[in-house]
Design a protein. Structure first.
Length: 198
């Protein structure tokens, strides 16, 4: 932890993108590039306004390159007066393979790789999310960062960084704080959340 201590002086908020038509219809989005709808744009603006009201400081905004996340980041950034610095491929949503665009059963949603081909493993999402966010924090040391991403990835990062399973759905456009000490403390090889995961 000693070598990362200077990085822990900043902060990291993650925001899930605003609503899309696929969200509204309960379709699996994954890495499909689906745009925000008007409700989603309003949600992004509402979130930016709440952050301002709460006095949340923001030095840097980064995003997944998928359009629904990037547009959310741009709306938030425009309101806060901060341009989106860059996009990170590692912030994209879990790839759901054949399930993308489908309204799948609740059982399949819990374990999609048991029902559909081409689904990214849960382990991969954990590891990719943590590594990408560590890189972002290292790229902007001591800064107050907002990273706009996707529900599945955010939920797994919350689980890993907080040391317990985050079971709640991450609502569209909600900002959630990622504890930086937990982000850098997490270790893939001894993570109990990943035992038995492919």
């Amino acid at each position: 932890m000693h070598d990362v201590e200077p990085l822990l002086t900043g902060s990291l908020l993650m925001i899930r993108h605003g609503q899309t038509d696929w969200n509204r219809k309960s379709l699996m989005q994954g890495s499909s590039n689906i745009e925000l709808n008007e409700v989603g744009r309003e949600q992004a603006l509402d979130t930016a306004q709440k952050l301002t009201q709460e006095g949340i400081r923001c030095d840097v905004i980064v995003s997944s390159p998928l359009s629904r996340a990037l547009e959310t980041a741009q709306i938030v950034g425009n309101y806060l007066g901060v341009e989106v610095s860059r996009t990170y491929e590692g912030l994209v949503e879990r790839h759901y393979g054949e399930a993308e665009g489908q309204d799948i059963s609740s059982e399949a949603r819990r374990e999609p790789d048991a029902f559909y081909q081409g689904v990214e493993s849960e382990r991969s999402v954990y590891v990719r999310g943590i590594k990408t966010l560590r890189q972002i924090v290292s790229d902007y040391p001591g800064q107050h960062i907002i990273a706009v991403s996707h529900g599945s990835l955010i939920r797994r990062v919350l689980s890993a960084s907080r040391g317990e399973e985050w079971k709640e759905t991450v609502p569209n456009a909600q900002a959630l704080e990622i504890p930086l000490d937990g982000l850098f403390r997490w270790a893939e090889e001894n993570e109990p959340l990943l035992v038995g995961k492919p």
